[in-house]
Design a protein around this ligand. Structure first.
Ligand SMILES: [Zn+2]
Length: 201
């Protein structure tokens, strides 16, 4: 695993070419974390152009995914990506590696015999530790309508930013919405991408 073998070199070269051709897509999970301001598209591109493969995850039913480590400015970033087919690269998620999963940007922390406090589960996506939070604003879509849920109890992956909501809480939200129990209304800014994109040229 330590050696810079030819396979690893070829993977990075392949990722770099996809980035230069803009032949990649971002999962909604990656997008949401970017919207939160933790990672930018520029960070992801920098890592895919200059980083290295840290782990390869083989999967019996999907194509393998790759954990790529690199830096963007001063920031250490992990990007998890895969060949999405048709020579497209798909960015599954990206995060800043941190404790308790990573003791350094390239070293997984040895969890042997350790007790983790405040640890209420493990993130399905990145293996990071989940902690209980009260989310200030949570966008919730139901039957084409958007609702903003304030002060929502959730668990948050401190590493990749994924949020999880318990089943009973989700059922309560559905019930409150169907009973139209609203605390207020807020204005939402809408970008119609088809309409606005030409203004960017
Ligand atoms: Zn995670």
């Amino acid at each position: 695993m330590q050696s810079e073998d030819i396979t690893e070199y070829r993977e990075m070269e392949w990722f770099g070419r996809r980035v230069n051709e803009l032949r990649y897509t971002l999962s909604e999970h990656a997008l949401r974390f970017m919207v939160a301001g933790a990672i930018s598209v520029k960070d992801i591109e920098a890592v895919l152009l200059t980083g290295r493969v840290l782990e390869e995850r083989r999967n019996p039913i999907r194509t393998p995914s790759y954990l790529v480590y690199g830096t963007s400015g001063e920031k250490n970033v992990h990007v998890v990506c895969a060949n999405g087919g048709d020579n497209w690269l798909v960015i599954l998620f990206a995060y800043v590696p941190a404790l308790p999963v990573w003791s350094s940007p390239t070293q997984r922390r040895n969890r042997g015999g350790e007790t983790m406090t405040d640890h209420v589960g493990t993130c399905f996506f990145c293996g990071g530790a989940l902690e209980e939070i009260i989310a200030g604003n949570y966008d919730y879509r139901l039957e084409g309508q958007m609702y903003v849920i304030k002060r929502l109890p959730a668990t948050l992956c401190a590493q990749c930013g994924e949020k999880y909501i318990r089943a009973d809480v989700a059922k309560n939200i559905d019930a409150l919405i169907s009973e139209k129990t609203f605390s207020g209304t807020e204005t939402v800014h809408v970008v119609d991408y088809e309409l606005e994109k030409d203004l960017m040229l």
